[in-house]
Ligand binder design. Structure first.
Ligand code: SF4
Ligand code: SF4
Length: 163
């Protein structure tokens, strides 16, 4: 009995292993796969070209992509097309990262946000506005007006369309 009491008494002076969430948050591991983010280039153009390879790679059928044509007057991404609709059903997602691996432009990235809570099934469907990262400083929001012919190169050449 004394040994048991001693263990309890000792633990009163040990550093707590819990944290006061949500005021205090633990940093996630380097390879943590959290909520998806759609990335932009430094100039603000969206990296997603609406190819839907992420949707094809998804084992849970959680991604829906609809592509539309870019024009020089209304440009969202380099190249011919952009994702006019991009949705992820977070209730289906198993956070495997296959979408990230399949993406040819590194547009979709599983970030470090793990705070996903909903009060309705509809709220679990994250659309493009919710997924797209903010415009970087020095960049412009999309759609942009661009110089004719500047961004109609093929995908492998589009690594840095700002240059
Ligand atoms: S992380 Fe996996 S399950 Fe989730 S959307 Fe991407 S491919 Fe689908
Ligand atoms: S996120 Fe990547 S793979 Fe998915 S549609 Fe956009 S460019 Fe294609």
């Amino acid at each position: 009995m004394f040994r048991g009491l001693w263990t309890t008494f000792k633990s009163m002076f040990e550093k707590p292993v819990t944290v006061a969430y949500p005021e205090q948050k633990r940093p996630v591991r380097e390879r943590f796969k959290g909520r998806h983010v759609l990335k932009r280039y430094d100039n603000g153009l969206e990296k997603c070209i609406g190819c839907a390879l992420c949707a094809a790679a998804c084992p849970s059928d959680a991604i829906f992509v609809e592509a539309s044509e870019n024009t020089d007057e209304q440009r969202y991404s380099p190249g011919e097309r952009y994702a006019s609709t991009y949705e992820i059903n977070m209730l289906r997602c198993i956070y495997c990262g296959f979408c990230e691996d399949a993406c040819p432009t590194e547009a979709i990235v599983l970030g470090d946000n793990y705070e996903l809570s909903f009060t309705g099934r509809n709220q679990a469907i994250y659309d493009k506005n919710m997924l797209l990262e903010p415009v970087p400083s020095g960049g412009l929001p999309t759609p942009q007006v661009t110089e004719p012919g500047r961004f109609t190169r093929s995908v492998p050449e589009m690594k840095d369309p700002v240059d």
